[in-house]
Write a protein that binds this ligand. Structure first.
Ligand code: S3P
Length: 444
């Protein structure tokens, strides 16, 4: 992919009603469950970002039929649990950790061999967290370099159900084990000391799987019964709260702004950022709550606000794990200090986000202290100097967060490569410019 530098300069008020693309987590899962079900699954509102398209391509290579009709609805004809075939080529998941990790659980379901690969960012991310539990279930894993991709996975003749306590709060690990567990005889159990996004459990149920959730000794136990037949269904993908975070924070920091972001998913395992922004004094509310395909949604109404620094507790991290880059930008505009703890997982996202955020804030003139697992941002009281060029490290959320920073900074903020925004938020700069932002391509 050729890199695309972008810049964002101070704009007037951001105004309007908008819809952000479909949720990335739900989109991957809708395609995957469709491919494991019998019959036709119709998906409305699928995120057509590169990450999700990579999952669609991988599922086709595994033998599912996946098509988009001209009305934008996606149709998946699944092959049943354990019914996929060995792909001819490598499964290249590009930049997508979710696609790669969840599909490992899917490949585990049948005795086929598949080689997983990705781009430079994905191939440097840890995969041992998935190889470990899947090996316990009987999957053979051969990785080129320790716990990284490329790696070859071969499903066993007969999967073993396991009881597995998550060593880290990761919905991707949980989902890989549960997806594999669909094909294992008996009960596969995942124990979560900290709650992570629960879309896999919800969607498994919507497709007819038996999933029981209980609370024991302060931990969440998810018990899934293997070898059911999943039944195709219709899924409507709600708007992504992680994507809505970018226009929302832009509106908070740009004076006179008022945005309505419609139909945003409000699943409580995903809304930690909004709780934090409210604590910071944001004028933000949710209206018209409704339920769409087993998930709650609402219109997010956000107006520019004077923000103050807060302490963000470590136990909130799983419910806002993708939102720290843009929260750090909000913190830079606040008055006072914001401390964010429990961020070790940020080091193994699409980039080492902890250091990418710290490096980026320094570039735009904001004081920041980084430790192994925390970030302390000294707010400027709305006076962010800006200027400089941000190194995005192949990370879409670093690119979008710093373009948001530019909307109210004294000097324009440049990002060295906005091309990765396509992985999760196609049309981001056009949408923002339609609301009043000034984001444009710059020459390399
Ligand atoms: C995701 C889980 C999170 C998140 C990622 C999407 C998912 O990753 O960062 O963007 O869809 O399950 P971890 O499970 O590694 O925390």
């Amino acid at each position: 992919m050729t890199s695309q530098p972008l810049s964002s300069r101070k704009c007037g008020p951001l105004k309007g009603t908008l819809k952000v693309p479909g949720d990335k987590s739900l989109s991957h899962r809708a395609l995957i469950f469709g491919a494991l079900a019998v019959g036709e699954t119709c998906i409305e509102g699928l995120l057509e970002g590169e990450d999700v398209l990579a999952t669609a391509a991988a599922l086709r290579a595994l033998g599912a039929e996946v098509e988009r009709s001209s009305d934008g609805v996606w149709h998946v004809w699944g092959r049943g649990i354990g019914g996929l075939r060995a792909p001819d080529g490598v499964l290249d998941l590009g930049n997508s950790g979710t696609g790669a990790r969840l599909l490992m659980g899917v490949v585990a379901q049948q005795p086929i061999r598949a080689v997983f690969a990705g781009d430079g960012s994905l191939q440097s991310r840890p995969m041992g967290r998935i190889f470990g539990p899947l090996s316990q279930m009987g999957v053979s894993v051969v990785a080129a370099e320790g716990d990284q991709l490329p790696a070859t996975l071969t499903g066993p003749e007969r999967l073993r159900p396991i009881s597995y306590e998550l060593p880290k709060p990761s919905a991707q690990i949980k989902s890989a084990v549960l997806l594999a567990g669909l094909a294992a005889p008996g009960i596969t159990e995942v124990i979560e000391p900290e709650v992570t996004r629960d879309h896999t459990e919800r969607m498994a149920r919507a497709f007819g799987a038996e999933v029981e959730v209980s609370q024991q000794d302060g931990k969440r136990h998810i018990r899934l019964t293997g070898q059911p037949e999943l039944v195709a269904t219709s899924v409507t993908v709600a708007a992504d709260p992680s994507s809505a975070a970018f226009p929302a924070v832009a509106a908070l920091i740009s004076q006179g702004s008022e945005l309505v972001i419609s139909g945003v998913m409000t699943n409580l395992t995903r809304t930690g950022l909004y709780d934090t922004l409210l604590e910071m004094g944001a004028d933000l509310s949710f209206a018209n709550e409704a339920e769409v395909a087993g998930e709650t949604v609402a219109d997010l109404v956000v107006k520019s606000s004077i923000l103050k620094g807060v302490e963000v507790p470590a136990d909130r991290a799983p419910s806002m794990i993708d939102e720290y880059p843009v929260l750090a930008v909000a913190a830079a505009y606040a008055s006072g200090t914001t401390v964010m703890r429990g961020l070790a997982e940020l080091r193994v996202k699409e980039s080492d986000r902890l250091s990418a955020i710290a490096e980026g804030l320094k570039t735009i003139g904001v004081n920041v202290t980084e430790t192994e697992d925390s970030l302390t941002v000294e707010g400027t009281g709305g006076e962010v100097p800006g200027g400089g060029t941000i190194a995005t490290h192949m990370d879409h959320r670093i690119a979008m967060a710093f373009l948001v920073a530019g909307t109210a900074a004294k000097s324009a903020v440049k990002v060295d490569d906005g091309s990765f925004i396509e992985t999760s938020f196609p049309g981001f700069t056009d949408l923002m410019n339609g609301l009043g932002a000034h984001m444009e391509r710059v020459n390399r």
